[in-house]
Design a protein around this ligand. Structure first.
Ligand SMILES: NC(=O)c1ccc[n+]([C@@H]2O[C@H](COP(=O)([O-])OP(=O)(O)OC[C@H]3O[C@@H](n4cnc5c(N)ncnc54)[C@H](OP(=O)(O)O)[C@@H]3O)[C@@H](O)[C@H]2O)c1
Length: 261
């Protein structure tokens, strides 16, 4: 099984911490050159230093805010300038929680820009190089809400479905060039985002944080939350030559929590 990413370059968005950073660490472990992208330069600098260089790779970072797709676009095009990206990981912070029945239209517009418009811009930037080399992997970190909408995540549920549909549509069009497009749907994963969501939900329901956390863990067949590395290994596999015939899927990595077959 060919799991080598030697001489491949990956652009990993939302990668200063959490799932994105874990993905970068796995890809670097398989030999990829990694380009991290997020907003916080200090954290990015530390993140780059945590990546393996056992294949003499070069790692670097780009600073951009997904709230501003034009800026993201220009930062990435400036970086590309005759360079190629072989692996694109679309990922960033999730939309803020809340009921759909009270959500403002601007929340939908912002989330659409942050998730769909950026993904499209980044795909347009990297596809020409991928076509040239006949190898490309576009992998989107979405959420299990693509399968079953989650409570109190109205805007997120809506936009996640749009991203999954965007990805499937793109996979139909560019598979012929050796470029696969797949999505990974994390379940409860131990990151800053999960912590703040549990704290927020506990506060709103006037509940004890630790009790709520235990109840959520009990709801997972594996009876625990996932580690970021457990999401990242699936993403990394999809990025390798070994996954060459996997295309157009969205795969939950959630300890079995999602109630669909
Ligand atoms: N953790 C879970 O349980 C879980 C479950 C299902 C789905 N997900 C989804 O998976 C994705 C990653 O989640 P996570 O738990 O790893 O989150 P996280 O720990 O909060 O990390 C988010 C990453 O994205 C970057 N980021 C956030 N907003 C950004 C922006 N506007 N522009 C550029 N970069 C941005 C952050 O860096 P900077 O702050 O430096 O920009 C950070 O590196 C999210 O979409 C999340 O909703 C997570």
């Amino acid at each position: 099984m060919n799991l080598s990413l030697n001489n491949k370059t990956a652009l990993i968005c939302g990668s200063s911490q959490g799932i994105g950073l874990a993905v970068a660490q796995e890809l670097a472990g398989l030999g990829a050159n990694c380009v991290l992208l997020a907003r916080n330069e200090e954290v990015l600098r530390t993140a780059v230093q945590s990546l393996s260089k056992k294949e003499n790779q070069e790692h670097q970072y780009l600073i951009a805010d997904f709230a501003d797709p034009e800026k993201v676009r220009s930062v990435v095009y400036e970086f590309l300038n005759n360079r190629k990206i072989d692996i694109l990981i679309n990922n960033s912070g999730g939309p803020k929680p809340g009921l759909i029945s009270t959500a403002a239209t601007t929340e939908f517009e912002n989330a659409f820009r942050q998730h769909v418009v950026n993904n499209q811009n980044l795909a347009l930037a990297v596809i020409p190089g991928m076509k040239e080399s006949g190898y490309g992997r576009i992998i989107n970190i979405i959420s299990t809400s693509v399968r079953v909408p989650l409570k109190n995540l109205g805007v997120s549920n809506t936009i996640r479905a749009a991203v999954a549909s965007w990805a499937k549509t793109l996979s139909n069009e560019i598979g012929q060039f050796g470029i696969t497009v797949n999505s990974v749907l994390p379940g409860f994963t131990k990151t800053e985002r999960l912590n703040s969501m549990i704290e927020n939900n506990a506060k709103q329901a006037n509940r004890d944080v630790e009790q709520l956390r235990s109840e959520m863990e009990a709801d997972v067949p594996l009876r625990r939350f996932g580690e970021p590395s457990e999401i990242a290994t699936m993403v990394a596999f999809l990025a390798t030559p070994a996954a060459s015939y996997v295309n157009g899927i969205s795969i939950p990595v959630d300890g079995g929590r999602t109630g669909t077959i």
